[in-house]
Ligand binder design. Structure first.
Ligand SMILES: Cc1cc2nc3c(=O)[nH]c(=O)nc-3n(C[C@H](O)[C@H](O)[C@H](O)COP(=O)(O)O)c2cc1C
Length: 145
């Protein structure tokens, strides 16, 4: 379906936010997104978020406004916006992934994000620009615990 909007933002998680808090955020986000016909993917590395949202423009902007006001993160910066695009993340009301981190839980609700996994999960038709944003987030140097 054409005529949709897609946006990507990055933000900094509140210091005390754990992976379990993020699971709770996702539980709410998924049902809301499903009702609003919004899909996408959330990446979390224990410090920063990167999230892609796509769907009807008004729904994407409304959800992004709620997200930007959320005090569980700060420094929300929109780094990409497109309109009149096709949906790329049709299968995911909100996919979730984390950068490999020793503090992260393991299990089937989360998958560790490596370049190889990213290649496998990102839609093949995704534009090089959006693909590069994901790859850049993944390659930010992260301190080992
Ligand atoms: C990192 C992060 C990602 C979020 N992603 C979504 C999302 O995809 N969809 C959604 O409805 N809410 C999401 N939320 C929750 C919203 O910020 C907000 O709490 C929720 O939409 C309720 O908004 P309201 O208080 O304005 O009604 C997210 C929150 C954070 C911190």
């Amino acid at each position: 379906m054409a005529g949709l909007a897609r946006l990507i933002y990055v933000s900094t998680a509140r210091k005390d936010l754990s992976f379990l808090h993020v699971e709770a955020i996702l539980d709410v986000a998924r049902s809301r997104n499903e009702r609003a016909d919004v899909t996408g993917m959330l990446l979390f590395d224990g410090t920063s978020f990167m999230q892609l949202l796509e769907g009807p423009e008004s729904a994407v902007e409304r959800i992004f406004s709620s997200i930007a006001r959320d005090n569980r993160h700060t420094g929300v910066v929109r780094i990409h916006s497109e309109t009149d695009v096709e949906r790329e993340f049709a299968d995911w009301s909100m996919g979730y992934s984390l950068i490999e981190d020793p503090r992260a839980p393991s299990g089937d609700k989360w998958f560790p994000l490596t370049n190889e996994i990213l290649r496998k999960h990102l839609p093949e038709t995704l534009s090089p620009l959006v693909r590069n944003l994901f790859t850049s987030f993944l390659s930010v140097p992260r301190a080992a615990e």
